[in-house]
Design a protein around this ligand. Structure first.
Ligand SMILES: Cc1ncc(C[n+]2csc(CCOP(=O)(O)OP(=O)(O)O)c2C)c(N)n1
Ligand SMILES: [Mg+2]
Length: 620
């Protein structure tokens, strides 16, 4: 047997990727489920040829490169980072279309492997079609823009560089602490070059996704601090779910009574009806969660990166001597908030803390407070779910109808607009993978493409994509892909004629919703305050091949949900909502306000901002 195998760089890449496996808790699985792509001259004869030659590594055709990265991200999220997709593009615009996707992956710490085509390494033909030239270096292409949004970035200028680049890519992709977008730029000529690669490169390789244990003495210190606390709280972040720590968290808090608040990525860590679950944390938090965090003497952040939505722009934690203890696999996140850093896998760390704290329970008065907050909030949710607002309906009622109709195992998917905050507060979670929010980058356009990734990861569940008209207009084209591949989505398309979220924010900042409604330019005023635009989004969805149901009131909406469940093709349920019937908010969020203005309402808002800012703190 020869010790080398002659393959093109593209063929070697695909063959290598096909042989990569991950193992966690003794369960082994193939890491990549295939390759998403859009072909152009920068990849058609390289990666394209390799995929054509090797149909067992399945190729999926997409409509937009950014969207296909979103689908890959959602897939990896649904798989708790134990599965991923490869994305191939041409050079130039096809490649740079993936940059937003790369940032979305990296901010959410989710693995995607990007293979953008790149300019000729030989340079002889330069500038190739779509090459952006640099006057001071021939060693630069638009693909350098991936550097700040990738966790690993490389350019394969010679075939043998693959041999050392691919294992580095895999190390990052399968690391629970380092995961994110990995970009291997593939010059279009090099992709097609042959090389005698060592056979060992194509051996089956199993990457262990390790459950790192924390340092004993640090765990003991953490237990000692929690053991003496009067009003502890746990912030459950995405790390709880990715580490598959939901069951041990439930056991720990059911026994100790420590309340839990959930971030966007962490919502679902506990089911909604668990007695210790106070629900949404932070800016879009429940009143109980906000109160408990404000008074907490010990804050235990598990698998959270403390975004400003969680920390209420660093005004959430008001106890004079609040002490943070972070359980996190990522050292970077673990040290945030001046915390005692318990660096390790969430599930293992919770288990060990549970053992060390076997003497501890919260006081009965603290438990009673938590119980009351829970009961009060559940009443508030019920009221919003059953508002009977009439036509146009309220967004809260729509969420209520979807939540009530859907099965326990179903998944809701969302990313941007006013829906995420409302869902964060109102969605009654019933399984730890049922609430899929991309709120790290909150990237408009993630919703439908993301829904597709969720469905691909688990076709046994119904996937409910909730999307606003603004996000829909930004990126709806993967409806076509969902139909092509037979991955059925139920898309709830909420039309409120523009940006309810940013419109509301603008109003609250004194700028009267400027630029946030979808209206004609008025000839007299010269402003965008004419009639509403005559856009028909339902017909648009129909034209992409979806089954479309146009609903107006909440009863017809509920009927449509039942019908949609029986469809096997992607179905869009269209409904218009009253943009001003908002779900109440209970916390502040820092958004800058003009320090000087000719408009009184802006000046008033600036004064209010100064008051709120007094509550902000540094935790060192
Ligand atoms: C790609 C992108 N561009 C801009 C924004 C800023 N932004 C956040 S929400 C929003 C409006 C969303 O409108 P829509 O989807 O209709 O939801 P609604 O606010 O009406 O609920 C905008 C522009 C964003 N999050 N993502
Ligand atoms: Mg809207």
């Amino acid at each position: 047997m020869s010790s080398t195998k002659k393959l093109t760089v593209a063929q070697a890449t695909i063959e290598y990727l096909q042989n990569q496996f991950v193992e966690r808790d003794g369960i082994e699985q193939q890491f990549f489920a295939g390759c998403f792509g859009i072909f152009g001259h920068g990849n058609v004869a390289g990666i394209g040829q390799a995929l054509f030659q090797n149909p067992t590594f399945r190729y999926f055709q997409f409509r937009n490169e950014q969207a296909m990265v979103h689908t890959a991200i959602a897939y990896a999220k649904m798989k708790n980072r134990l599965g991923a997709f490869v994305c191939t593009t041409s050079i130039g615009p096809g490649a740079t279309n993936m940059i937003t996707g790369a940032a979305t992956a990296t901010i959410n710490r989710l693995p995607v492997l990007l293979l953008p085509g790149d300019i000729f390494a030989t340079r002889q033909v330069a500038p190739v079609l779509q090459q952006l030239e640099s006057q001071y270096s021939q060693d630069i292409s638009v693909n350098d823009c991936f550097k700040p949004v990738s966790k690993y970035w490389d350019r394969i200028n010679r075939p043998e560089q693959l041999i050392t680049a691919l294992p580095q890519a895999m190390r990052i992709l399968t690391s629970p602490s380092e995961s994110g977008a990995v970009t291997l730029c593939m010059p279009q000529d090099v992709q097609a070059e042959a090389f005698d690669f060592p056979q060992e490169l194509f051996r089956k390789k199993i990457w262990q996704m390790q459950r790192a244990r924390a340092d004993d003495s640090v765990l003991q210190r953490a237990a000692a601090i929690i053991g003496k606390s009067q009003s502890p709280v746990i912030i459950a972040g995405g790390g709880v779910i990715y580490s598959d720590a939901c069951a041990v968290l439930k056991k720990f808090v059911n026994r100790t009574g420590i309340p839990v608040v959930e971030t966007y990525a962490g919502k679902g860590s506990l089911n909604y009806d668990e007695p210790q679950n106070l629900g949404a944390a932070g800016v879009t938090g429940t009143p109980g969660s906000i109160e408990i965090c404000a008074k907490a003497d010990v804050v235990i952040g598990i698998g959270t990166r403390y975004s400003d939505f969680t920390s209420i722009s660093q005004s959430a934690f008001q106890h004079a001597s609040v002490q943070f203890i972070n359980l996190n696999i990522s050292e970077f996140d673990c040290f945030k908030q001046g915390a005692l850093p318990v660096i390790g896998d969430a599930r293992e760390c919770i288990k060990e803390l549970d053992g060390l704290l076997n003497f501890f329970t919260v006081s009965s008065s603290y438990a009673a407070t938590i119980k009351k907050y829970n009961a009060d909030w559940d009443k508030a949710v019920e009221k919003i779910y059953t508002l009977n607002h009439g036509v146009p309906v309220s967004q809260g009622e729509v969420i209520g109808a979807v939540n009530t109709f859907s099965d326990e195992s179903d998944v809701v998917v969302c990313a941007a607009g006013s829906l995420p905050g409302d869902l964060h507060k109102l969605w009654r979670t019933r399984n730890c993978k049922g609430f899929h929010l991309e709120y790290g980058y909150s990237c408009m356009g993630y919703e439908i493409a993301g829904g597709l990734g969720v469905k691909m990861a688990d076709p046994s569940r119904e996937v409910y994509v909730m999307v606003g008209d603004g996000s829909y207009l930004m990126m709806a084209q993967e409806i076509v892909t969902s139909i092509q591949e037979g991955f059925k989505l139920t898309i709830i398309l909420i039309n409120n004629n523009g940006f309810a979220s940013i419109g509301g924010l603008s109003n609250s900042l004194g700028t009267e919703g400027f630029g946030t409604e979808y209206k004609f330019r008025d000839i007299k005023t010269g402003q965008l305050n004419g009639k509403f635009l005559p856009v028909d989004l339902a017909t648009n969805a129909e034209s992409l091949g979806a089954v479309v149901m146009r609903t107006k009131d909440i009863d017809s909406f509920k009927t449509a949900l039942a019908e949609a469940k029986n469809n096997d093709r992607t179905t869009v349920i269209y409904i218009e909502t009253d943009r001003e019937q908002r779900v109440e908010g209970y916390a502040w969020w820092e958004v800058p306000v003009a320090e000087v203005s000719t408009i009184d309402s802006v000046n008033d808002t600036y004064e209010a901002l100064q008051k709120h800012k007094k509550k902000q703190r540094y935790y060192l």
